[in-house]
Design a protein around this ligand. Structure first.
Ligand code: ADP
Ligand code: MG
Ligand code: MG
Length: 902
């Protein structure tokens, strides 16, 4: 046999041959069964058929050469080990045939138990069990049921009905009241159902049962629900599943037998303790199917103390070995414990932090590893406001948590109504069956979005996540009737204007307004919870891991902030400066009038007057921000958007002018405005007169801003503070643009700063592809670069975010053209390449050139890793994202040496 195996591809592994690192080949279940076997834990013997065999089967439509022989050989050695032969009429070996892919896909694929039973071996099984006929016939009827349903596509309900019928005949609701004769009758009924649907008798040949079951598991990889699940969870479609053939152990042999599932700690909160369910006298599938009520695992201590103690010992052993939370499946056969499955268990965001902290305390992992095991997406989840559910709020429906957050508001069914009510200051929840691009305005106006159809990649979900808006999608219990403006759910009818609450993390929907509160983690970042002095495992764990991340990271984290209040909050969240201070909002509100004067100025004098009036206002803005960021750098971007954005919209203006003219009023000023708006109208404002272009066209505009910045810095310094302004020129594409602005700015700065000791840097955004490609030249005139990855993405791809996210991104995601929106996570291959080129060529021309990023990508976990790797000095993001960026920058720094996360 050994000689044969050297020439032929190995498709079958005994449990003793595998280990936990072979998940690609053996699937998660097989790899971990092997690991437990090698740890000496009581695992029923068996073998695993590899994912490669599955892939070969799925591509060619038949079992690969050699597979049948290898199965035969492994089966023989299993039979030798067990001292029984598969399906032997007198003393049968029975096996289970279990799917198991690399990533767990709960309930998506197939498992068949009790393979090897037939009309003759059922008698042998009874004898094996000391004449327990009831058990033998129960096992046989289960085989026909599972085999029929999963291997031969017999509708499962037919078996369910026959079972219900048998119970009704017996006058009971409990499976356990059916005796051996009842079950024998049921087997006959099942066989008829089988024959009716398949046109053949239930196969009596054990090896045929085995082969058909293996093939069915292979094929279940491509079952519709499995395909959908993979798409949803972004699991690659070409991995295939392994098949585990495991000798059966029986939990249904009587009250001293049973089956259960357990977690080594609470996967919800991370708390230590025993979390599990146990069901006496049952086979494994009964627990999952919820047919009978389980009892808490603790009660096993009374039923079978020996097995219970052994189980706790094994759970401790597994945790120590895997150094993580594990979940397990086990069965007790007449007082003997068997382990049937384990894996590193899924957990909530809160539990991830708490468990990582505990494992450090227990000495099982170090802080680097703890940092590795949590991520920014989890931290972000923990920062969303939460519903305060301590009162009796019961959800009326549950959909998919498509975009996290907690939102309450009045129900509306159309985009137009959402916009109307929102304009009146109402909070609204937009409820639709599904959304489409026409709903975009309504989605923007709404506090939250609720749909009855669609998954995590539906239009609603994608757009909501892009906007950071709470969304529950696919709440299919909802009957949404848009024309009638109602939806019904769980016997309630909800109409327009009724208040509901939706939780975008859990997917739950509530009637009425559920109060919200800031999360504890935000309270901690805000400084109102002291981690050293409160008894809160989550806050303590977050504190500890964040502290470690801050120590490990190389990237600095700044914030995007335009006001003193934002700056102050971001600083509490750990921001180390401002990476983007936009100045445009400083031109709105009661300053609009000055801006209008500036735009309408007919001569140099008028324009200078308007600018002179704006100067002190701008200076005051900057003083406030510099004070808040005392001692830290503040990058101020000179005015960026096109000027007409500061004027009233064309239509409105035209109507006003017409009405006023009708009334014979003096409209000279409005007419001038209207003419200016017409003159400045652009077909493509994104690509029009904005940024540095504006500064070069309107004399004195940038000069006024530069003066305001320099004067503010000097004023702060005079008061004993320390301002570190960095003036950033937007939308530069050519070094000459920057040189022109720089020459003027330097003169003003020199004049204002004098000997105050204030230092002002001048740099540029890199957001036009041409700037990235000529970065070597531009660096000659720039002391820093800040990548504006929003515009760089727009111009790199040639689409504008506002126009495309609602219009076709959902389709691109569906087709897999993007795995994720390039506005959410930087497109490393394309746009990222521009960043890389600019960073390298910029630094080559000017060593020590400061490099940062100020697009929204600065707070996106994957993008942060990319920017770390490219070698930027800092990322800048919105205040709420600052902790996420700190955490991910720390993870990026440790993972350059460690393994990958997932
Ligand atoms: P899933 O991946 O859906 O959990 P499993 O392959 O784990 O499917 O099997 C389903 C149920 O059958 C589980 O409860 C499992 O413990 C039980 N089971 C599987 N193999 C055996 C076996 N050899 N003996 C007893 N019970 C088994
Ligand atoms: Mg299982
Ligand atoms: Mg920009």
């Amino acid at each position: 046999m050994a000689a044969q195996e050297t020439v032929e591809h190995k498709y079958v592994y005994d449990f003793a041959e595998g280990n936990k690192d072979l998940k690609d080949l053996l699937g998660g279940k097989g790899a971990n069964l092997a690991e437990m076997t090698n740890l000496g834990l009581p695992v029923p013997p068996g073998f695993t058929i590899t994912t490669e065999a599955c892939k070969a089967y799925l591509t060619t439509g038949r079992e690969p050469d050699g597979l049948a022989g290898q199965i035969e050989a492994h089966l023989e050695s299993l039979e030798r080990e067990m001292g029984r032969r598969l399906g032997d009429p007198d003393d049968p070996l029975l096996v289970s045939v279990r799917s198991g892919a690399k990533f767990s896909m709960p309930g998506m694929m197939e498992t068949v138990l009790n393979v090897g039973l037939n009309d003759r071996s059922v008698v042998g099984l009874s004898a094996q069990a000391g004449g327990n006929d009831r058990f033998a016939w129960d096992s046989y009827r289960r085989l026909i049921q599972m085999f029929g349903k999963t291997v031969c596509e017999v509708p499962g309900e037919e078996f369910e009905h026959a079972l219900d019928e048998a119970k009704r005949a017996k006058g009971t609701k409990n499976d356990l009241d059916l005796d051996a004769d009842d079950l024998r009758g049921l087997v006959d009924a099942y066989k008829q159902i089988f024959a009716k649907h398949t046109g053949r008798e239930f196969p009596q040949e054990p090896r045929e049962q085995l082969d058909l079951a293996i093939r069915a598991v292979f094929e279940s990889w491509n079952a519709e629900r499995a395909v959908l699940y993979r798409r949803q969870e972004r699991i690659p479609a070409d991995l295939g599943t392994a098949v585990n053939v495991v000798s059966m152990v029986f939990g249904n042999l009587g009250p001293d037998s049973g089956t259960g599932v357990a977690f080594t700690r609470d996967p919800g909160s991370g708390a230590q303790g025993i979390y599990g369910d146990y069901l006496a006298n049952a086979q494994g599938e009964d627990v999952v199917a919820g047919i009978r009520n389980t009892v808490p695992l603790q009660e096993l201590e009374q039923l079978d103390k020996t097995s219970y103690d052994q189980l706790l010992g094994i759970m401790a052993r597994l945790e120590e070995h895997y150094k993580d939370l594990c979940d397990i499946e086990f069965t007790i056969e007449r007082g003997k414990l068997w382990m049937l499955q384990t894996r590193v268990g899924k957990r909530t965001a809160a539990a991830a932090f708490v468990i990582a902290g505990q494992l450090v305390d227990e000495g099982l992992i170090d802080l680097d590893e703890a940092l590795h095991r949590v991520n920014g997406a989890q931290l972000a989840q923990l920062m969303f406001p939460r519903f305060q559910l301590d009162h009796d709020f019961q959800p009326v429906a549950k959909g998919i948590g498509a975009s996290p957050g907690a939102a309450s508001g009045k129900v509306v069914f159309t985009s137009a109504r959402a916009v109307e009510l929102a304009a009146e200051g109402e909070s609204v929840i937009l409820v639709r069956r599904e959304t489409n691009p026409d709903d975009l305005n309504g989605m923007i106006a709404a506090k939250g979005i609720l749909t009855s159809r669609g998954g995590k990649t539906s239009h609603a979900a994608v757009v909501a996540r892009g906007m950071g808006k709470t969304c529950v999608s696919g709440a299919d219990e909802l009957e949404v009737n848009v024309p009638a403006k109602t939806f019904t759910v769980a016997g309630h009818t909800v109409g327009e204007g009724d208040v509901i609450s939706i939780d975008g993390t859990t997917g739950k929907v509530y009637l009425g307004e559920v109060p919200v509160m800031p999360s504890e983690v935000v309270q901690y970042f805000e400084g109102s919870l002291d981690p050293e002095h409160i008894d809160n495992a989550l806050v303590r764990a977050v504190h500890r891991i964040m502290t470690h991340a801050d120590g490990a990271r190389r990237l600095r984290v700044r914030t995007n902030a335009d006001t003193g209040a934002d700056a102050a909050r971001a600083r509490r969240f750990g921001a180390e400066g401002i990476g983007l201070c936009r100045t445009e909002h400083m031109f709105l509100g009661d300053r609009r009038e000055l801006v209008e004067r500036l735009i309408l100025a007919s001569g140099e004098r008028e324009r200078e007057d308007a600018l002179a009036a704006l100067l002190p206002l701008q200076r005051a803005d900057f003083i406030e921000i510099f004070r808040e960021m005392d001692g830290l750098p503040v990058t101020v971007r000179l005015i960026d958007p096109p000027l007409h954005e500061f004027l009233p919209p064309l239509e409105q203006l035209a109507v006003n002018v017409a009405v006023a003219q009708e009334r014979g009023e003096d409209v000279a000023k409005e007419e001038a405005l209207l003419a200016a708006v017409r003159r400045m109208h652009e077909e493509n404002p994104m690509l029009g007169l904005r940024g540095v272009r504006l500064g070069l066209v309107i004399p004195g505009l940038f000069a006024m801003q530069v003066r305001a910045i320099a004067e503010a810095a000097v004023a702060v310094a005079r008061d004993g503070g320390s301002a570190c302004p960095e003036i950033m020129v937007p939308l530069v594409g050519a070094v000459q643009e920057l040189e022109t602005v720089r020459a003027e700015a330097e003169k003003i700065i020199a004049e204002v700063v004098g000997d105050s000791g204030v230092e002002v840097l001048i740099g540029t955004m890199i957001e036009v592809p041409r700037a990235a490609l000529t970065a070597g030249q531009i660096a000659e005139a720039a002391e820093f670069f800040s990548f504006g990855t929003n515009d760089l993405t727009q111009m790199g791809w040639g689409f504008s975010r506002d126009d495309v996210e609602g219009a076709f991104f959902w389709r691109y995601l569906e087709l897999g053209i993007f795995g994720i929106s390039p506005f959410e996570s930087i497109d490393a291959d394309g746009v990222g390449r521009l960043v890389r080129i600019a960073a390298e060529e910029g630094r080559a021309a000017r060593p020590g050139l400061k490099l940062g990023v100020c697009g929204e990508h600065g707070g996106d976990p994957d993008s942060v890793h990319f920017f770390h790797e490219v070698g930027l000095d800092y990322v800048s993001c919105s205040p709420f994202r600052v902790p996420v960026a700190r955490l991910e920058a720390g993870r990026a720094a440790i993972s350059t040496t460690g393994s990958d996360s997932r």
